[in-house]
Ligand binder design. Structure first.
Ligand code: ACM
Length: 533
């Protein structure tokens, strides 16, 4: 029987929890369990909410003798090693990753109704098995397993346990293939280790795309051999006048490799024709008047444009796209296209008509911010919608019409999904041009029915952008992404039937000890019933 959250009576769930408390008690010596750590987390307390949960039976218990058994495939073994790396420091167990023996934690690749990213998790007294068709499914199943284990499992020193996983079965596949997070490394530069940290934080919630906003007015962040001053000069500062920085090609490849190890695809963005002051400052010939403007360290938008009428502009775009495409194993290249307020509409259309084929020529699929729908989106292109409630009906209709004509949509409504918006007027970091976005507002919308007249089938998924005009260190990213990012991740992964703020806020609150254990900061929104200690 498949049981979805909405159709599970609350009383049944409560009963299930009580049974699990009783079962967990069987493993303690005599006395009834008193500490929360002896109670296995109910199977439906995970974010994103699993598609289907069937609790029952005795819990699984991790012991000093547990093995992580993997199929004899390199990819499955990698997921096993990743899991072992998480579990060893806190459990203190050896946890060998092996393709022999029985019992223990098993990561199994098999045909089944899992798709590329889905999985099944079976937990019981004799073992815990995650089954998937692809390694990505095993990896997502491992994220579920982490959340079913006590938060202390995330710590980097030995903890007492016990390490129980409630008995039962989870069957889980994502609602959408696109579950993205964007990081703006242009307004403030974030180094490779900071990006890796963010990757690890978002992988826990089954995010599978990392969109890197690599260029803007304030900084160009990726080395381009044929135009070296883009990075060395154009990347030499940031908002507020700090030293900025850029990724060498080796740095970028390391980010791509690390993201892939967490089953995330990197989506690089070069924003054009606007948001290009860093490039225009680096090369005078890119300017219509042949004069390079100074570097820019403020936060205004819409004042810069590549010179649409000059041939050198397309040589530049060709070189940049060619080099970036060659570094990027992923399928997509994002060309921005937002806020081109210094480019006439006719020039904007002309520019996009020239640039989109260049992206295709180097084997990538175009993504643009939704203003691309005001030009002619290439066949197969995706438009990333970042409008808000007050966006004009005309603009929304333009995006909906493109969607009706085959343009896929990634939904990032600024007054819901933008992680850089302040929660309230008192939030010290962030911006508020899209309004204040508290945790409930961020979570409480349905991507499938969001944009009027856009067919639900056009929606490829959701993405949470994190713009960094006001954010200059990882701790700042934490405060804005958490606790909102898990909500966007849930909208991207979980069936609409699981969507329920009152249920979600309790699951969200339960993430706090895990963030504490991981060293992830978060905003203690009063909308969430955080545990008190
Ligand atoms: C954007 O926020 N300008 C895409």
């Amino acid at each position: 029987m498949r049981r979805h959250h909405r159709t599970t009576p609350r009383i049944t769930r409560l009963l299930g929890s009580l049974l699990m408390v009783a079962a967990a008690g069987a493993f303690t010596t005599g006395a009834a369990p008193t500490s929360a750590s002896t109670v296995a987390t109910p199977l439906d307390r995970v974010i994103p909410a699993p598609a289907s949960v069937e609790p029952g039976g005795a819990p699984y218990r991790l012991t000093p003798g547990t093995r992580i058994r993997v199929d004899d495939s390199r990819e499955a073994r990698r997921v096993g090693e990743y899991l072992a790396d998480i579990l060893r420091p806190s459990t203190g167990y050896r946890l060998p990753v092996t393709s022999h023996g029985d019992g223990g934690i098993r990561l199994r690749l098999a045909k089944g109704p899992y798709g590329d990213e889905g999985y099944r998790l079976d937990s019981g007294r004799s073992g815990l098995t995650i089954t998937a068709y692809k390694a990505s499914g095993l990896f997502h199943g491992v994220q579920t397993l982490r959340q079913l284990l006590p938060a202390a499992v995330e710590k980097d020193s030995v903890q007492p346990g016990p390490w129980l996983v409630a008995g039962g079965t989870i069957e889980d596949t994502p609602r959408y293939a696109w579950r993205g997070a964007m990081l703006d490394v242009s307004r403030h530069f974030f180094g490779v280790d900071e990006v890796k940290r963010y990757i690890d934080q978002i992988a826990l919630y089954k995010i599978n795309k990392l969109h890197l906003h690599l260029s803007d007015d304030q900084g160009w962040r990726i080395a381009v051999d044929s135009w070296p001053r883009l990075a060395t000069y154009g990347g030499s500062t940031e908002v507020g006048g700090g030293p900025g920085g850029h990724y060498t090609k080796a740095d970028y490849k390391e980010i791509v490799r690390y993201a892939a190890s967490r089953h995330l695809e990197v989506v690089p963005e070069i924003d054009m024709p606007g948001h290009t002051n860093a490039a225009l400052a680096s090369y005078a010939e890119l300017n219509c008047d042949g004069v390079a403007p100074p570097l820019y360290t403020g936060t205004k938008v819409g004042f810069s444009s590549l010179c649409v009428g000059k041939e050198v502009t397309y040589d530049f775009v060709d070189d940049v796209v060619r080099e970036l495409a060659a570094l990027t194993p992923g399928r997509y290249l994002h060309i921005g296209g937002d806020e081109a307020h210094s480019t006439s509409h006719a020039d904007y259309v002309k520019f996009m008509d020239r640039v989109q084929p260049i992206v295709a020529q180097y084997g990538k699929t175009v993504i643009g911010w939704h203003q691309l729908t005001g030009a002619t989106p290439a066949k197969g292109a995706l438009a990333q919608y970042w409008g808000l409630d007050r966006t004009s009906a005309e603009e929304k209709a333009q995006v909906a019409k493109a969607a009706q004509n085959g343009t896929g949509l990634i939904l990032s409504p600024a007054d819901r999904a933008y992680l850089d918006m302040k929660y309230t007027k008192d939030t010290p970091l962030g911006l508020s041009w899209a309004g204040y976005v508290e945790v409930q507002r961020s979570y409480d919308w349905d991507p499938g029915a969001y944009l009027p007249d856009a067919p639900a089938s056009a929606v490829r998924g959701v993405e949470a952008p994190l713009w960094t005009e006001t954010l200059s260190e990882s701790g700042h990213l934490d405060q804005m992404a958490f606790p909102r990012l898990p909500g966007i991740a849930e909208l991207g992964w979980s069936p609409a039937s699981t969507h329920d703020w009152d249920d979600y806020k309790v699951r969200l609150a339960a993430q706090a000890p895990r963030w504490d254990a991981l060293g992830t900061g978060y905003h203690r929104s009063p909308q969430v019933p955080w545990p008190t200690d």
